[in-house]
Ligand binder design. Structure first.
Ligand code: 2HA
Ligand code: ZN
Length: 275
């Protein structure tokens, strides 16, 4: 038995490979973290090594102190994860104060968790609190069409939510709360982590201007599906804007968005609709 035969590890690796195949993870771009269930930690524990040093995150989240996370490695390529999980991903434990991690499995050869671990951790803290512990996955990718939109639209939640809802009929059903937008910031630190987690109090997804997208969800399917749906909608938006020279002939109207929500039993974030 190897740790890579455990289902949660296999499912995690599959999500990483799926993202690579979509073209969202050039070089070392993007990262995924998963907050493990206690029984999954126990399944993996026989493979744990002597824990490493505690490493401060620069952010604090008390509600997930003591939890374990699967994480991609800093500087590691999604392309290689399935071939070499031991060096590409790892499991980290959070300390009792909720402000530091240590490696208990993987990230072999001196690797570290993703450079965006502070953002991931703060997003986990906020989404877990907002969903009674149901949300377990944070996914960051670099999908090209969504990034292209951040050069064209005003960087507001309203502009992005409306454009995405209007570009594919499924969108208001998949993310009825809309998406948040973080202005351009230096990636990898506490400042962008706090800005993103502030938006994650309200949204399942946050756009990083000129950089990418953060998605959250209860499981890999839902979270990957959210990334996929948003990027597909962004692609349609870019195609329609390009084909029309920025002059769309028609789009889905607000009363039609409300009709979709009624039919599918979801509540749209009304502040993004006109009265
Ligand atoms: O892992 O995507 O945002 C590289 C990145 C940083
Ligand atoms: Zn990134």
């Amino acid at each position: 038995m190897a740790i890579t035969q455990i289902k949660i590890v296999q499912d995690y690796i599959r999500m990483c490979t799926d993202g690579w195949e979509q073209g969202w993870h050039e070089r070392n771009g993007g990262n995924v973290t998963y907050r493990m269930r206690p029984e999954e930690v126990e399944q993996c524990r026989p493979f744990f090594s002597a824990p490493g040093e505690w490493n401060p995150m620069g952010v604090t989240g008390a509600n997930l102190a003591g939890e374990y996370f699967l994480t991609t490695g800093s500087g590691k390529y999604f392309r290689n994860i399935a071939l070499d999980p031991l060096h590409s991903i790892g499991i980290v434990e959070i300390n009792a104060a909720g402000d530091a991690w240590r490696i208990v499995w993987g990230l072999a050869g001196g690797a570290k968790p993703t450079s965006e671990f502070p953002s991931h951790y703060m997003n986990h803290c906020v989404r877990a609190a907002a969903t009674g512990g149901a949300y377990r996955v944070i996914y960051h990718a670099h999908p090209a069409n969504l990034i292209a939109m951040t050069y064209v639209l005003p960087l507001t939640a309203r502009d992005f939510t409306r454009a995405l809802w209007q570009s594919a009929t499924e969108c208001p059903v998949v993310f009825p709360g809309g998406v948040g937008v973080v202005p351009w910031m230096v990636p990898g630190g506490a400042e962008i982590a706090l800005a993103t987690s502030e938006l994650m109090k309200e949204f399942d997804a946050a756009v990083w201007a000129h950089h990418g997208l953060f998605c959250s969800g209860p499981d890999f399917d839902t979270t990957f599906g959210l990334m996929h749906t948003i990027e597909k909608s962004a692609q349609i938006w870019v195609l329609a804007q390009s084909a029309s020279g920025g002059k769309l002939r028609q789009t889905i109207r607000d009363d039609e968005l409300r009709a979709i929500a009624r039919e599918f039993g979801v509540t749209l974030n009304e502040k993004f609709l006109d009265p």
